[in-house]
Design a protein around this ligand. Structure first.
Ligand SMILES: [Zn+2]
Length: 317
């Protein structure tokens, strides 16, 4: 009998994933260090804070993790039960993977605020000022949110591709988890009205849906990955699209407001595109190679995972 994936397991995963992204030098910043932290705050939010000239803290509220975990019980498990014939992973593995995608996306979103120079872009010089996950009505702030969604989703997609390449999971299963995870994290924001951008369109609330679609679309088609295995990428993108549509109709009851999304998305993308060159110039991403210590950590993790899979293989249904 397969062990049930618990909230405690989830919290351990979250800490390990964040540590891995930082320790293994997956994203490097010019002269800045990042410290991940899970805060006690029960509200559904996360933030990046500049705590010193060369230091940032990424805080994920415990409220986010709890919301993700309850969403997995209320929506993802029922979805798995009607959809598992299309998947090659057990329920526990699927739930664990999707929960990981959601919490990692939040982390990558915050990391993108830092790496893409958003503090400078918004003219935030003072320390202890945060950039969160929600949107407010200031238009520059809307652009950085979209930029963080796009880059966050792209980096996360690159990570998913590396998981596929490691051979530990079928490509289709990983792509389903990615798509469902991205769609779900924005659905959580959509349900939590406090975070919904009600200033954007006075009487409609589709903005999180537009953000979800945006993040998903850029994630699987961004310039960062476009040169990746040209022969297989179109198939991956097609799979992801089918999973998006299936999850929408089977789990969310087709309440996706496609007209509103079709109206909002081009406006948002145009605004973002017109500012992209400025944002690119403020980026503090560093393309220096990973250090020996970082590579060593990465190799040790890979070996440990391989051994774990050998002795405790994932159970395919
Ligand atoms: Zn944000």
């Amino acid at each position: 009998m397969e062990q049930k994936f618990t909230y405690e397991d989830f919290k351990i995963d979250v800490k390990q994933n964040h540590k891995m992204i930082i320790d293994e030098g997956i994203v490097k910043l010019q002269g800045s260090k990042i410290y991940p932290y899970i805060g006690d705050d029960q509200s559904i939010n996360a933030k990046a804070t500049r705590s010193a000239p060369d230091q940032y803290i990424i805080t994920i509220n415990e409220g986010v993790l709890k919301a993700i975990f309850s969403y997995s019980t209320e929506v993802l498990r029922p979805f798995y039960k009607i959809y598992h014939a299309n998947l090659g992973v057990t329920e526990e593995l699927f739930i664990r993977f999707v929960c990981g995608i959601m919490s990692d996306f939040i982390f990558w979103h915050e990391l993108s605020h830092i790496a893409r120079g958003h503090f400078k872009y918004l003219g935030i010089d003072q320390y202890d000022t945060s950039l969160g996950f929600n949107l407010d009505k200031i238009s520059e702030s809307r652009i950085v949110e979209i930029d963080a969604d796009i880059f966050g989703a792209s980096y996360l997609f690159l990570r998913v591709l590396s998981v596929i390449n490691s051979g530990s999971i079928r490509a289709e299963d990983a792509l389903c988890a990615y798509t469902v995870g991205i769609r779900s994290i924005f659905e959580i924001l959509h349900i939590d009205n406090v975070l919904e951008d009600y200033n954007h369109r006075t009487n409609e609330h589709p903005h999180s849906q537009a953000r979800a679609f945006n993040a998903y679309a850029f994630g699987v088609a961004s310039p960062e990955i476009i040169s990746y295995k040209k022969n297989i990428l179109p198939y991956y993108q097609e799979c992801a699209q089918q999973f998006f549509i299936d999850f929408e109709s089977l789990a969310l009851g087709n309440k996706f407001n496609i007209d509103a999304v079709a109206e909002i998305m081009p406006v948002d993308v145009d605004k973002w595109h017109s500012e992209k060159a400025v944002l690119d110039s403020l980026s503090i991403m560093s393309y220096e190679k990973r250090s020996m210590a970082e590579k060593r950590k990465s190799l040790f993790r890979e070996i440990t995972n391989k051994l774990r899979n050998l002795f405790f293989p994932p159970h395919y249904s």
